[in-house]
Write a protein that binds this ligand. Structure first.
Ligand code: SF4
Length: 427
């Protein structure tokens, strides 16, 4: 059978899609474009009301444009609301877990031409589903999902209900996968999950994320190891002391902030204060030379006063992030925060605009600080004689060259700055 995938959402969902593609190829199926597909699979996200809307829109469009194909829908939207996909014409419905079982249901439905699939509730007894790591495009960067689920229950987030409790991949399995990726020629391994800072808390000997990353860096050889999103509580002196010795660990840290005001953080039920966050940033900058620190920020959270928001703006000025992904608050039905009195959308968006202004300034400052530096760049794509790649600290780098640089790592001297990265010359 020919399969086509439509994936929405986070890196963990993208990982699940590439893993399902890998399993299907191993079963003798092909991954094609939708035009040739016997089966169209939509892997959904439900993180916000807006994400949900986009998923329903995608399912409707695929149903309309590919009426002859079997339509299979899975992922977080189905986990929260299984009937949604069925009511939109899905033949097979699956949740956010048991991806291999979902593929079995598709094969059964294709043979029987009868609706299939169930969404099973996540349970405490559930363990980590071992799925093959890899990449949907080429051999540059592979995703390695080492954790699924979350037990934090931030007040604006539906994910713990959609992904279940924390489940971790045992370290020996993660090491084996890392060695396989290295031997298959991948140049970078992105360590991802839903909440990797909780890694290991469900495993018998409760290893920490730091233990895992040490083991992966030891196994990766010259393959880069790139960390997914972190919670500030993970970054302490021991984390920095143990990991700063690894030349293959990318000094890019995405530390999720969400608000720069303690009162707002407490209403969000985030598990740190701005002081603890700043401590993590200071430690990272002490131990990792020229590291890039990026973050996420929600503006216009229920109850956020103008004074509270000004605290957030001041905190952005203090930390001076390399990149801030700014999101006007979008309520998600089923979360505690959605039941609170809401701020007008205009206020949420206006605050997002003000935060983005500061973010652009601090990003420009960070990029300017790269001038004259030599960066180790992994090149990926080219166009018009210009090669694009990422430095180890994840700054985007542009170089004019007619050499074949795909999947090649080369030192580059930075000679100029752009809005979205830097330019340089090959050394
Ligand atoms: S840490 Fe909070 S925001 Fe992140 S997935 Fe868990 S509940 Fe959601």
């Amino acid at each position: 059978m020919n399969f086509a995938f439509f994936t929405l959402g986070c890196k963990a969902n993208q990982f699940d899609t590439q893993a399902m593609e890998t399993l299907l190829r191993a079963r003798g199926h092909e991954i094609t474009g939708p035009a040739r597909a016997d089966v169209c699979v939509v892997n959904t996200c439900t993180v916000t009301g807006e994400a949900d809307r986009k998923c329903r829109q995608t399912v409707r469009r695929v149903r309309r444009k590919h009426p002859a194909a079997l339509l299979a829908v899975c992922g977080c939207m189905c986990q929260i609301d299984p009937d949604a996909a069925r009511n939109l014409g899905a033949d097979v419905v699956g949740g956010s877990g048991d991806r291999a079982g979902f593929l079995d249901a598709i094969e059964r439905a294709y043979r029987s031409r009868a609706p299939e699939g169930t969404v099973s509730a996540h349970t405490r007894a559930e363990t980590f589903e071992m799925l093959p790591a890899g990449s949907a495009d080429g051999r540059t960067r592979a995703l390695l999902k080492v954790e699924d689920g979350c037990d934090n229950y931030c007040s604006y987030c539906i994910i713990p209900y959609a992904r279940g409790h924390v489940r971790s991949m045992p370290i020996p399995d993660a090491v084996r996968e890392t060695v396989r990726l290295r031997n298959e020629g991948f140049r970078e391994c992105v360590v991802t999950g839903i909440e990797i800072s909780s890694y290991g808390r469900d495993l018998p000997d409760t290893p920490t994320l730091t233990d895992l990353i040490c083991a992966l860096c030891d196994a990766a050889g010259d393959m880069r190891v790139h960390l997914g999103s972190l919670e500030p509580r993970t970054v302490d002196r021991s984390f920095c002391e143990k990991l700063s010795g690894y030349a293959n660990l990318c000094p890019h840290f995405h530390l999720s902030l969400q608000s720069g005001c303690d009162a707002t953080l407490s209403r969000m039920r985030r598990r740190y204060t701005t002081a603890r966050f700043l401590e993590s940033v200071t430690l990272l900058r002490e131990y990792f030379d020229n590291c890039l620190i990026t973050t996420d920020l929600i503006t216009g959270f229920p109850g956020e006063t103008e004074d509270e928001f000004r605290e957030t703006l001041a905190f952005l000025e203090t930390v001076r992030f390399g990149t801030v992904h700014v999101f006007p608050y979008s309520e998600r039905t089923g979360t505690t925060a959605a039941a609170l009195p809401q701020l007008p959308h205009a206020v949420r968006e206006e605050r997002a605009r003000r935060a983005s202004e500061i973010a652009q300034k601090t990003k420009a400052d960070f990029l300017a600080s790269q001038l004259g530096r030599t960066l180790d760049v992994l090149f990926e794509t080219s166009g018009g004689g210009v090669w694009t790649g990422h430095a180890q600290n994840y700054v985007e780098v542009y170089v004019i060259s007619d050499e074949p640089l795909h999947n090649v790592r080369r030192p580059v001297q930075v000679t100029g700055v752009r809005d979205d990265g830097v330019t340089g010359v090959l050394i």
